[in-house]
Design a protein around this ligand. Structure first.
Ligand code: PLP
Length: 376
């Protein structure tokens, strides 16, 4: 049996997404910037996708810019806001994704900005009082706080953070890569200037996403060249991927409540089974608070024993695919910066199980049985 429990790293494409993508690979070949009929047809499709996405998020199409995914969107949001608004101070959390931390740290190392890290508690929740203190003691600030953490699942109160940022005239960016397609967004009601999204986290293709830029924010392009994306992101549009992204997002929002209920039931099932079967485990972040943590993520700390050293490998050879933390850091020797920040206990081994609507209780049973073999 093969059990894929690494959906926070990437999700499988849905058949409807594959269908629209492969069909368009046959039908759509012109460059959307070409002025002839075939090009105009491609352009209409791109604009139709933009309108559909905007409608799902209750914003206007002019605020959505297609990119190559979450990493590019984060980099563009950070670098362009800081340069175009001559920002000298930025705030983020040490638990942010590297696509946010590294560009901010680069600007700090080059002495372009001063970077402050907001305090957080053991669940990874941002200390809002500290955020206010940092904002009130510094010049106009760029704030990047992720909506939900990809490793431990903790969800931040972005409405409240947005209001605080507004009170201090800060530019607020949120990395919503783990929540777009999984939670409802009404961009008209959040005080937020920039939001990053990535299709492969909600059963869309890899290498495509978008950046929402509030219409009151005026930033210049990150990637220069042609006049695509209304001069905001050069490069011929990956139209097949944009169609796949849009289809995946439409399906996600059409089935949101049903899918959430089902995936949450899998998470609860796994929590209960783990508690019953494996001694001395902990759940990290806010994982047990089902309203304030991603229903797709369960981060579990296992006690050290002879098998835990190679836990991921042991699971892998039994056909169970999961991660220790972010897939993006798994090739590095340093391990997860998020896990070491919130769980510095060297006596534990952390595994992130992450679910999608394609998982089943049978798969969870299989996983629990293999874990029992390793720990009981
Ligand atoms: N931000 C978060 C929270 C993520 O989980 C990821 C992907 O793992 C990214 C950014 C990067 O997105 P992408 O893989 O589309 O570049």
């Amino acid at each position: 049996m093969k059990v894929y429990l690494d959906n926070a790293a990437s999700t499988p494409l849905l058949p409807e997404v594959i269908e629209i993508m492969t069909q368009s690979m046959h039908d759509i070949y012109a460059n959307p910037s070409s002025v002839h009929e075939a090009g105009r047809k491609a352009k209409v499709l791109v604009e139709d996708c933009r309108s559909k996405i905007a409608c799902l998020l209750n914003t206007s199409p002019g605020t959505i810019f297609f990119t190559s995914g979450g990493t590019e969107s984060d980099n563009m949001a950070i670098k362009r806001s800081i340069f175009d608004y001559n920002i000298k101070h930025a705030i983020t959390s040490p638990l942010s994704h590297h696509a946010v931390l590294y560009p901010l740290q680069e600007l700090t190392n080059k002495e372009r900005i001063k970077l402050s890290y907001v305090n957080y508690n053991y669940k990874g929740l941002v200390d809002l009082k500290h955020l206010e203190d940092l904002l009130s003691n510094n010049p106009r600030t760029f704030v990047s706080i992720m909506h939900a953490n990809n490793e431990i699942g903790t969800i931040q109160p972005i409405h409240e953070i947005g209001q605080i940022c507004k009170n201090y005239d800060a530019i607020f960016h949120s990395d919503t890569v783990q929540t777009i397609g999984h939670y409802l967004f009404d961009l008209n009601s959040i005080n937020l200037q920039l939001l990053s999204a990535s299709a492969h986290k909600f059963h869309g293709p890899k290498g495509v996403g978008f950046l929402y830029i509030n219409e009151n924010l005026r930033i210049t392009p990150f990637i220069l060249g042609g006049s695509q994306e209304r001069n905001m992101r050069a490069g011929t549009e990956n139209i097949w991927a944009i169609l796949g992204l849009t289809k995946a997002m439409e399906i996600a929002y059409a089935n949101l409540a049903k899918d959430e209920e089902y995936i949450k039931s899998l998470k609860i099932y796994m929590i209960e089974a783990l508690k019953k079967s494996i001694p001395d485990i902990n759940f990290l972040g806010n994982c047990l608070d089902l309203e304030n943590s991603l229903y797709t993520v369960l981060s579990v700390a296992f006690p050290k024993n002879n098998n835990s050293e190679m836990l991921l490998f042991n699971l892998d050879i039994n056909g169970i695919f999961c991660s220790s933390g972010s897939a993006c850091s798994s090739g590095t020797s340093k391990g997860s910066h998020v896990i070491s920040a919130i769980n510095p206990n060297p006596e534990q081994t952390v595994v992130r199980f992450s679910f999608s609507k394609l998982n089943t209780k049978k798969e969870i049973d299989y996983t629990i049985n293999k874990l029992k073999d390793l720990f009981v």
